[in-house]
Write a protein that binds this ligand. Structure first.
Ligand code: BYC
Length: 482
C-alpha cells in the first residue's frame, strides 16, 4: 500500500498521520476531544442524537473504495485525521517560491498568514453544523435525514482536519485557536462565526439544500485553492476534504432538483401551466417556482460575499507566498506568478457597472469567484433540465453578481437581479420580488412537517432516483429509537 494510505484505527483518533508516534500532538488532540464532544452534544444535531444512522466512514484515502457504510450513533462516529497520499518530490506550484520543494514545516515568514487561513477555514465547519442543528425535526424523509447527518459529521471531521494542522504546526497558538473554534457560535451577537454567511439561519430544508448547493460549493472552490498550497500538509488535507465535499453538493443539487420535480409534476397533474399562479400552486402542497428562484437569489448572493473583496492584498500576499493558489492552478498554463498580468473586474462607477483591468495578483478573489459562478451555473443548468423534462415553462437564473452584496465593490450600491444599479427606495420596493418575503418563509415553514415512515416523502419533494450505497427505496436510513 502506498505511503500514508492506511488508516490507523487503534487509538482514540483514527488517522494516517502517525499520531501513535507523535505524543505531543496526540496529547493535544486528546485534550481537545472532550470539548469537541461537548460542543457536538450541545450544538450538533438536536434530535436523534443517539439513534443509529446509516453513515459512511472513511476507511482509506485513495480514490477508490475509500468509505464504508454502516449504522453508527453519531457521538460514536470516528472523526479522524486524514490526509491524501503524499506526492513524491512535490514542488510549490505558484508564487515567489514556485519550483522550490513543497514545505513540510511552516515557513516562519508566513506563519501568521497561514494560521489565519486555517482558522477561517476551520471556523466555517462547526458553523454549518450549528446552522443545521434543528433541521432533523422537520426532515422530509429518512433518506434526507441521513444525508443531513452525513453532511454534519463530515463538517465535524473537517474541523478536526484544521485543528490537527493548528495543533501540530502552531504550538500553543494553535491550541488556543482550536479552543476558540469551539467557543464561537453561529449567529451569536457577542461571539459570532467569522464569515457572514455562517451567521445566517438555515431555518428550513429548502435553505439547507440551497446552502449545500451554493455555500458548500464555495467550500469546494476555497479548498481547491488551498489544495494547491506549497505548505504540503494543508494541500494533502484539503485534497481529502474535497473527496467528502462532493457528496455535500450532491445533497444540495439533488435536493433542489427533487423539489423542482415535485412542483412541476403537481402542476401538471392539476393542469396548472402558469408558474406565477402562486396561490393555486401552493394549495397543492408544493413550493412555487418563483419562491425557489428567490431562495436561489438569496443563497447565491450570500455566498458570493464569502469570496471577500474583489481587490485584495491579502489574496495577493497569500498567492505570492505560495500558500493559496487559484482553482485548478496545476492545469493553468501561464507563468503561475502573475506579476505582469491583469484581470477584468466589474465595479460600480457613477451609477453604472464598468469593467476595469486590475493587476491579476490583486484580483485573485474575484477570479476564484468567477470560477465559482461558472461551476454554480453548470449546476443550475442541470436543475433547468427538470423543467424541460416535465414540460413546465420556467428557468432558474443566477442573479447578477452585484445583487444583494454586503462585501466588496457592490456593497456600496443597490443593484437588482439583472445588475442595474437602482435607488435604495426602488430596491426596497422591489425587495420582496427578488428575495424571500416573510410570507414566503412562513409558507415554506408550513410545509416542513417531518416524515419518518420508511420509504415515504413529504408532499413537496420527489424521492431520489437511487438510494445511498444502492439501498432500496424503503431502507430504514435512521433507526429512530433503535
Ligand atoms: N465576512 O482582503 P479581503 C466552507 C474580511 S466555505 C466577514 O477581501 P481576503 C464550507 C477579511 O477577513 C470556505 N469578513 O480578505 C462551506 C479581512 O479582514 P482582516 C471557507 C470578511 O482574505 C459550507 C477584510 O475583510 N474557506 O468551507 O482576501 C459548509 C479584508 O478582506 C468577509 C475560506 O474562506 C466575509 N464574507 O478574503 C462548511 C478559505 N470577507 O483579516 C464549510 C480561507 C472578507 O483584514 N479564507 N472579510 O481583519 C480566505 O481565503 C480569505 O480569508 C477570504 C477573504 C476569501 C475569506
Amino acid at each position: 500500500m502506498p505511503d500514508g494510505i492506511a488508516i490507523d484505527y487503534d487509538g482514540l483518533i483514527p488517522n494516517n498521520v502517525g499520531l501513535a508516534d507523535d505524543p505531543r500532538v496526540c496529547k493535544a488532540l486528546e485534550t481537545w476531544y472532550p470539548g469537541y464532544i461537548d460542543w457536538w452534544k450541545t450544538m450538533g444535531p438536536a434530535l436523534f442524537k443517539n439513534d443509529p444512522v446509516f453513515l459512511r466512514t472513511a476507511v482509506g484515502v485513495g480514490s477508490d473504495n475509500w468509505a464504508k457504510f454502516d449504522f453508527v450513533r453519531m457521538p460514536e462516529f470516528r472523526w479522524g485525521i486524514l490526509l491524501a497520499p503524499a506526492i513524491e518530490n512535490r514542488v510549490i506550484p505558484f508564487g515567489a517560491h514556485k519550483g522550490e520543494p513543497a514545505w513540510q514545516e511552516v515557513p516562519g515568514e508566513y506563519r501568521a498568514m497561514l494560521r489565519r487561513l486555517l482558522v477561517i477555514q476551520g471556523d466555517t465547519e462547526p458553523a454549518s453544523v450549528e446552522q443545521q442543528r434543528h433541521l432533523g425535526a422537520t426532515a422530509p424523509s429518512l433518506y434526507d435525514l441521513r444525508n443531513l447527518f452525513q453532511v454534519n459529521v463530515e463538517e465535524g471531521r473537517h474541523l478536526w482536519a484544521m485543528v490537527y494542522l493548528l495543533q501540530k504546526y502552531f504550538g500553543r497558538d494553535g491550541r488556543e485557536e482550536a479552543e476558540e473554534l469551539l467557543r464561537r457560535r453561529s449567529g451569536d451577537t457577542d461571539s459570532p462565526r467569522m464569515l457572514g454567511a455562517f451567521n445566517e439561519r438555515t431555518p428550513d430544508w429548502l435553505s439547507f439544500f440551497m446552502f449545500t448547493f451554493f455555500t458548500d460549493r464555495d467550500g469546494k472552490m476555497q479548498l481547491a485553492a488551498l489544495a494547491q498550497s506549497g505548505f504540503d500538509p494543508l494541500s494533502r488535507t484539503c485534497r481529502f476534504m474535497l473527496t467528502e465535499e462532493a457528496h455535500h453538493m450532491f445533497v444540495g443539487e439533488t435536493g433542489v432538483a427533487r423539489t423542482i420535480q415535485r412542483t412541476c409534476e403537481a402542476m401538471r397533474a392539476a393542469g396548472i401551466s402558469d408558474p406565477y399562479d402562486i396561490e393555486r400552486v401552493r394549495a397543492l402542497g408544493v413550493i412555487d417556482l418563483p419562491t425557489l428562484q428567490k431562495k436561489a437569489n438569496l443563497h447565491f448572493s450570500l455566498t458570493l460575499d464569502l469570496f471577500g473583496n474583489e481587490i485584495s492584498t491579502n489574496a495577493a500576499n497569500a498567492f505570492n507566498a505560495g500558500l493559496k493558489g487559484r482553482y485548478q492552478e496545476d492545469r493553468l498554463t501561464d507563468d503561475h506568478q502573475l506579476i505582469h498580468d491583469t484581470y477584468p473586474v466589474p465595479r460600480p462607477r457613477d451609477g453604472v457597472l464598468v469593467t476595469e483591468a486590475v493587476p491579476a495578483l490583486s484580483a485573485l478573489n474575484i477570479r476564484l469567484r468567477d470560477d465559482y459562478v461558472a461551476d454554480a451555473a453548470a449546476g443550475v443548468n442541470r436543475w433547468n433540465r427538470v423543467f424541460a423534462q416535465t414540460g413546465i415553462d420556467f428557468r432558474i437564473i443566477l442573479p447578477h453578481v452585484a445583487f444583494n452584496r454586503r462585501i466588496g465593490e457592490f456593497s456600496a450600491v443597490h443593484a437588482d437581479t439583472e445588475g442595474h444599479v437602482v435607488s435604495r427606495e426602488d430596491w426596497e420596493q422591489r425587495r420582496e420580488s427578488m428575495l424571500p418575503s416573510a410570507e414566503d418563509n412562513l409558507f415554506i415553514a408550513s410545509l416542513m412537517r417531518p416524515v419518518r415512515e420508511r420509504g415515504a416523502f413529504a408532499s413537496w419533494i420527489a424521492p431520489p432516483r437511487h438510494g445511498i450505497d444502492n439501498q432500496p427505496g424503503d431502507f430504514e436510513y435512521v433507526k429512530i429509537d433503535g
